[in-house]
Design a protein around this ligand. Structure first.
Ligand code: DON
Length: 302
């Protein structure tokens, strides 16, 4: 299999497509990103790294960060996390409040916003927001083997200024006793976590710990890697998770900045980025690109 040719072919095809989705508009730092950009990077189990397109351009990883915060929170409290957040797909938009009322402030899963806010609240326990974020950045930098990865403070500030729905979710959960810190503290940490900037080369490297392949970084146990991947497959693209599993057949986690981290267990960690989003808030061309990659490589888990 000529993976370089496959990767370059996909990148050329994506560059030529007129349908690019719509960039997120809720903060200027995302609204002003050029929708014509596309990048894909792949880390293989033998350590080889391949990339094509704008693989050196940093972007806001946004909700892709929820994978790292979940790994960190599980490391801190283990299965106790599941007393506060569920493991079922929500079938609702990522920022929906609908089910929270019916389910007494316990979010469906750690990848929708409400569940990620509880997950952040968990790794914040016993720390200041700066210490907690320091722990998260240590985790991400070690996973990617790259100390230059940073938080974009302008993005974090804009998120705080516009994050009314997230404040609503946090206050609602606090009213049910499912938030241990003041909403401003937990959300300040959550918004900074969403504002981590990476390029696809860095993100693909950071995802290697989820591959369960020999010689890859072992940052969490094999069993926990399997469970995080299961959640990525069932919940990682919000109400588009079923469609993504059907089309791609691999666990993935998307972000509203247009990045998706996709894991081919035992084979590869893949990062794709194209800023235009589909109706679910997931990268439009990124989803198509990994669908084609999975078909051409035969990497679907099914
Ligand atoms: O909390 C938010 O709404 C954003 N900072 C992140 C949402 C996101 O990435 C959803 N993904 N598609």
């Amino acid at each position: 299999m000529d993976l370089t040719a496959i990767l370059n072919g996909i990148t050329d095809d994506m560059a030529a497509r007129p349908d690019r989705g719509a960039v997120a508009r809720y903060i200027p730092q995302l609204a002003n990103v050029d929708p014509d950009q596309f990048a894909m990077s792949i880390c293989l189990a033998d350590g080889t790294q391949l990339s094509a397109g704008d693989a050196q351009v940093p972007f806001s990883i946004q909700s892709v960060s929820k994978v790292f915060s979940l790994a960190l929170a599980l490391g801190r409290v283990g299965d106790n996390l599941w007393t506060r957040v569920g493991r079922e797909p929500s079938g609702q938009a990522f920022d929906s409040i609908l089910l929270l009322e019916q389910e007494k402030g316990r979010p469906r899963n750690p990848f929708i916003n409400a569940g990620a806010i509880v997950t952040t609240d968990t790794y914040l326990e016993g720390h200041s927001p700066a210490e907690a974020l320091g722990g998260l950045m240590r985790f991400i930098r070690e996973a990617a083997d790259d100390d230059s990865i940073h938080i974009d403070e302008d993005v974090a500030r804009s998120e705080i200024a516009t994050g009314h729905r997230n404040f609503a979710l946090a206050h609602y959960m606090q009213s049910h006793g499912n938030l241990r810190h003041a909403p401003e503290l937990t959300l300040g940490t959550y918004f900074h976590q969403c504002a981590v900037a990476m390029n696809t080369d860095q993100l693909a490297r950071a995802g290697r710990f989820l591959m369960n392949a020999p010689d890859m970084p072992r940052m969490v146990s094999d069993g926990r890697v399997r469970r995080i991947n299961a959640l990525m497959l069932t919940c990682g693209q919000y109400d588009g998770s079923g469609d993504f599993a059907y089309r791609v057949g691999l666990p993935g986690k998307s972000g509203v900045g247009g990045g998706i981290l996709v894991i081919a267990p035992g084979k590869a960690s893949i990062a794709v980025w194209s800023p235009g989003l589909n109706d679910y808030g997931n990268s439009h061309l990124g989803t198509i690109a990994v669908e084609v990659l999975a078909r051409k490589t035969g990497w679907s888990i099914f």
